[in-house]
Design a protein around this ligand. Sequence first.
Ligand code: UDP
Length: 485
Amino acid sequence: RPNRSSTMDQPVVPHVVFLPFPAQGHVKPMLMLAELLSQAGFEATFINSNHIQHRLEHSINIATMYRRFPKFQFRSVTDGLPSDHPRSSSSIVQLLISARDETRTEFRNLLVNLGQKNGRWEPPTCIIADGIMSFAIDIAEELTIPVITFRTFSACCTWTYFHLTKLIEQGEVPFQGPGDVDMDKTITCIPGLEGTLRCRDLPGICRLKEANDPLLQFFIKETAAMPRAYGVILNTFDGLEASMVSKLGSFFSKIYTLGPLQGLFDTFAKSPSARTSFNGLLWKEDRGCISWLDFHPSRSVIYVSFGSLVCLVRDQLLEFWHGLVNSGKPFLWVLRSDSILGEDGVSEVPLELKAATEERGCIVDWAPQEEVLAHPAIGGFLTHSGWNSTLESIFAGVPMICWPMFADQQVNSRCVSELWKIGFDMKDKCERAVIEKLVRDLMESDEIVKSTDEFARMARDSVKEGGSSYSNLQKLIEDIKSISL
Ligand code: UDP
């Protein structure tokens, strides 16, 4: 690494290279972090996959972003998949493996190139890499560049992933489902979560046939590599997960809890225009739903979205649709055009459902989710429990009905219902009668609204000046400066 010792009149400007895993739920929080560090005066190179970069260029105004941050640049590398590959939830394993095997060389070459000082940019002084891209740690070690890992999961789920090997050794994992094991059996071998997690609440990757399944082994290896980094960044806040964060202290000497990242923009912005993030979304938002919400009374609408990857089969689509209509509540539903599996899609939907939807529903391809959740008309969120969605809902003070599908979602939904008591967990069920009842119960429960308001207050406090996430961001900035010398 080139010598970059500072002089009295020319302090070193850190140049941070960001490498997110190429999926919506990873790119968005990483880009928010990159924006916040750019506001602190750092140089930033943000490395997307070619596919993600192409999509991002259609949804955010890159020229405006470059104007706001003259020392910010995007670069892109291969994810190893052909350009017409769907990169959907059913092929996520392929993406995980190909990104691991194919991105490595181009990422290394790019770093070496960035290291040849070229006048305008300093050589990279720090890498912030996704917690499931440990090849970046290997390369950082080889090129002697300090590396920090950013795990886009909750602390609770990150802690659970550290116990995958123990779960296998104790015979709890893998399992295939209800016929195979008692899904309600309590899991006792994860300290701090003994009374909380049942078999059905373990991460989606535990639902497999073989312990040596490449997917399970992939996550075991990636998790084990994280502590080799200088520190770990988590998009959570201490008021929500202090005990799990302190447990993670046995693996990491530096833990930066910075959540909710979107909340830091308000307090940390150096100028009024920087108070909102560029919002690294891969779909064009349909803003018509905001005017639709404007016509509804306070806390009357249920918002429904299953994130960027979850797909529904036709039976599930119809159960949700009937359940929502039968609840009698107005609903705003994100149905991505690529989210319905099978041939009929939404075209062959019973007429009575269509009529009820015209009367009290609004369906969009992609919503401005954070703005939707902050809208006074929203009274509940039927979600797949992705971590970003969960945290955004907590920040907005909106209670949840959880319908998790894979990855960390099973753990998140259990925390929502059992630990934080800010929603209901509907996992492993998709029945219209259950959906109808839970929507009504959620929108009418004062108790849940009380605890949801309390966590929203704590989230806001954590990002205020002097709050835990605000202070941790300042600490991260100072630490990056010191390792950039
Ligand atoms: N999102 C959005 N509009 C939508 C649906 C989702 O802006 O209509 C955003 C949402 O705000 C969140 C992200 O997409 O930041 C989804 O991330 P999450 O971790 O919840 O789920 P994933 O897509 O990774 O499964």
